[in-house]
Structure formats: C-alpha cells, structure tokens
Design a protein around this ligand. Structure first.
Ligand SMILES: *[C@@H]1O[C@H](CO)[C@@H](O)[C@H](O)[C@H]1NC(C)=O
Ligand SMILES: *[C@@H]1O[C@H](CO)[C@@H](O)[C@H](O)[C@H]1NC(C)=O
Ligand SMILES: *[C@@H]1O[C@H](CO)[C@@H](O)[C@H](O)[C@H]1NC(C)=O
Ligand SMILES: *[C@@H]1O[C@H](CO)[C@@H](O)[C@H](O)[C@H]1NC(C)=O
Length: 398
C-alpha cells in the first residue's frame, strides 16, 4: 500500500521535475507589465464562465453530489484516466493502480463523516472505482499551487481573490505545450451553493468529484482559500502516516469545508484554522467583514507558525500568499509573489476592486499555464464570481 503512494506522490513528481529542468532552460521568464482593463473577462485568457449547482446539506451525504456527478461523469472519468496513464508511463505493470483500487477503499472507513459517505455516493453515481475517487480527492491535498490575496479598500470593504493553479509536477505535454491536468481539470470546475433549509450556508468554486474545499465564502461572515505549503515534513509524510494508521490529523480540504459549513464568524474560523491538527502543512487565507479582518495563516501539521494580518495603520492594506513562507524568498524559478505585489502596489488602495484584482491575477506569471480558474469574492454582499482561465503562449509553465 505505502508502496503505491511513495510511487504516485513522491517518485512521480520528482521524475517529472527532473524532466522539467531541461525544458525550463529554454523557457524565457514570460513576465509582463501589470495588466489593466481585463475585467469583465474577455479575450484569449478567458476560457468561459463556471456553471452553478446547488447542494442540499439536508439530504443524505450519499446523494448530495448526484446531480453534479451525473453532469460531469465523462469529464471525471477522463481526468482520472490521465492520472492512470501517467502512472502507467512510469509503472508499465499497472501495479500501482491495482493497489489503489484494492487498498484505498478500506481507508475510506477512517474518513470523518460526511466525507466517507459523500465519496461513496460519488463513486456509485459515476461508476468509477471507489479507490480511484479516493485518489482523486487526495491529489488536491498535494498538487495545488496558487495565488491568494485579501485586500481592503478605503471604505473598509474587503475583497478576496485567488488564482487556482493545479497540476505542478503532474506532466508536461510536450506536443502542445499544455499542462494536461490543468486542461482536463477546467471541465470539472463548478460553482456550488451549499444550502440548509433552502438558504445559502456557503458557496464555493470546486472540482466535481472533490468533497473538500479550496475556495469558499460564507456570506456576511468570512471568505477562505487554501494554498499548498510544500515542506520537508509535508504532505507526503502526513499522508503516509495516515495510511500507516496515525489518523488523528485532518485533511486540509476537509478542514476548510468544516469551517465554512459550521463556523459563523471570522474569529471562529481563524481559531479553528490555527488550532486544528492536520495531515499536511498549508496556508489558509482568510478574509472577513470588518476593517483589518484579513490574514494569512501559515500552518505546520501540528502547530501554527505565523498569522500575518492586515494592518491599515501600518499601511498594510492587503495580504498576499503564493506557495512560500512570507519570511523566505520564493523558489527562483517560481516567483509569482514579487510580480503580484508590484501590481497590487501600483493599483493602490484607492482603486482596489474586483476589476483591478482580476487585472493583477491576469498578469503573467501570476497567470500561468497551470491557472485553472480565477475567483473573486466579497463577503459583505456574499458575492462569488469565477472564471476559467487559459494562458496562451508565450507563457510561463507555472
Ligand atoms: C459569461 O457570462 C457573462 C455574464 O453573464 C456573459 O455576458 C458572457 O457572454 C458569458 N461568456 C461566455 C463565454 O459564456
Ligand atoms: C494536448 O494533447 C492532449 C493529448 O496529447 C489532448 O488531449 C489535448 O486536447 C491537447 N490540447 C490542446 C489544447 O490541443
Ligand atoms: C457541521 O456540523 C454538523 C452538526 O454538528 C455536522 O453534522 C456536520 O458533519 C459538520 N460538517 C462538517 C463538514 O464537519
Ligand atoms: C509593495 O509595497 C510594500 C509596502 O509598501 C513593500 O513592502 C513591498 O516591498 C512592495 N513590493 C513590491 C514588489 O513593489
């Protein structure tokens, strides 16, 4: 069992990274000047709107995803096939996938409610083996790289925006220079309105088949995004430990979902995100309703390393996170932080809005080949908008 995970989650990414080193040498750093006037979205970097679905939290967990999965069955099967093909390229015997099919379903029992039943329901409706749906859910815990920003305007109104970049290390399609994963994932992006008693509890931009949350808003309370934090004691070790039986940590995407579902204020959300023991490290980016309510929470698995908050008196009117600790330099190949900050600084607090934040997130390399969607949220009026993205050449691979 552990063997297949070492393979899928450690060896595979490392091998693809080695392959990439060669390629990145001939990719110039496609940075560009801060964009403007990109909103409302049009043109070649806009791939389409995201459709809305409703999930009724009063219905049994096994049935909640039926409508979405019925609509997205084929896309989900295609996506999982890409993962399997990739695995096969490195393991022609197909042993890794057999292990996934045979062993992951057993582990489902140890997932907390309602996630176990929701995953079972998704497998049943899609006709895809349970182990492969589990694997699909685990992948988001490991391969999500992104940019998230919370900013406050001059009137104290908060905006929260993010690019979701997915698929790093998962395979570079040399033929058409497109990250295969990101390509397949776009067709799985959905906006979901989670309701109880026919009233919205929270909304999210999500991937059909994934039961956790990477991007969400609880109207009039808080907005929340999660970015991956790569670290030596990182995801792989947490996931391996969980497989080997140490199961008291929480999946990151399940924690964000639980917080959106059950916390009712910025402070309550912050406290849960700071304190809950997790399976892997992460960055949580949290926005609220009142001036100063914006923070980046840097988490190790068992402890909180840093909470960095808005501080208007100090001139800190936005907080921004990519995938590196704020007190460290980003990986030189992957500095999205400096260009994003440069464009935020140039925008100024006077002019911050959905439109100008979309501009920042449309500037290369903040926008890159992995960017799957851009989401804009404003808690005060409960608004969530998201757009599918593309980054035609010339464009940085990440
Ligand atoms: C996206 O939605 C907007 C607003 O509803 C609409 O004007 C636009 O035509 C849509 N674009 C695409 C590509 O569907
Ligand atoms: C890139 O190639 C893959 C398979 O080789 C194909 O599925 C995909 O549609 C191609 N993408 C584009 C944009 O041509
Ligand atoms: C939220 O709380 C309800 C009631 O306590 C519980 O049934 C549900 O599982 C919780 N949601 C999550 C995602 O933990
Ligand atoms: C942006 O502004 C902040 C605050 O003035 C400053 O600390 C930071 O260095 C600036 N960053 C860039 C890239 O311009």
């Amino acid at each position: 069992m552990a063997e297949s995970f070492v393979f899928c989650c450690v060896l595979l990414p490392l091998l693809s990274l080695c392959g990439l080193w060669v390629r990145t040498q001939d990719v110039p750093p496609y940075t560009e000047d801060c964009r403007s006037g990109t909103y409302p979205p049009t043109g070649p970097t806009f791939k389409g709107n995201v459709s809305w679905y409703t999930i009724n939290l009063d219905s049994p967990p096994q049935e909640r995803w039926n409508q979405i999965i019925n609509d997205k069955k084929v896309e989900l099967a295609n996506m999982i096939q890409v993962v399997k093909d990739l695995a096969k390229a490195f393991d022609p015997s197909g042993k890794a996938i057999t292990l996934v099919d045979k062993n992951l379903p057993v582990l489902l029992e140890s997932l907390p409610c309602p996630f176990d039943d929701e995953i079972k329901g998704i497998a049943k409706t899609s006709g895809i083996p349970l182990g492969e749906i589990m694997m699909f859910n685990i992948f988001y815990e490991v391969f999500t790289v992104c940019t998230s920003i919370v900013a406050e305007d001059k009137t104290g109104r908060l905006f929260h925006a993010r690019n979701l970049d997915f698929g790093l290390f998962l395979g570079w399609d040399v033929k058409n220079s497109t990250w295969m994963m990101s390509e397949k994932l776009r067709s799985l992006v959905v906006n979901i309105d989670f309701q109880r008693n026919k009233k919205t509890v929270f909304k999210s931009t999500s991937f059909a088949g994934y039961v956790g949350i990477l991007t969400g808003i609880r109207p009039e309370a808080f907005s929340l995004t999660m970015n991956e934090r790569m670290s030596l004691d990182g995801g792989y070790i947490g996931i391996l430990e969980w497989i080997l039986g140490e199961r008291d940590g929480m999946w990151m995407g399940f924690l964000t979902r639980a917080v959106l579902e059950n916390a009712t204020s910025y402070e309550e959300a912050k406290s849960l995100l700071v304190k809950t023991k997790m399976l892997s490290p992460a960055y949580f980016i949290l926005g609220g309703t009142k001036s100063g309510e914006g923070s980046i929470i840097t988490r190790a698995r068992e402890s909180c390393l840093d909470v960095w908050e808005l501080d208007i008196n100090q001139g800190r009117w936005y907080v921004l996170e990519t995938n590196y600790d704020r007190w460290k330099e980003p990986l030189f190949l992957d500095d999205r932080r400096t260009p994003a900050m440069k464009c935020m600084n140039r925008t100024t607090q006077e002019h911050i809005s959905f439109a100008t934040m979309y501009d920042v997130l449309s500037t290369k390399p903040v926008l890159n080949k992995l960017t799957t969607y851009t989401t804009l949220m404003s808690v005060a009026d409960g608004k969530l908008e998201s757009y599918l993205r593309d980054c035609p050449n010339p464009c940085m691979p990440w």
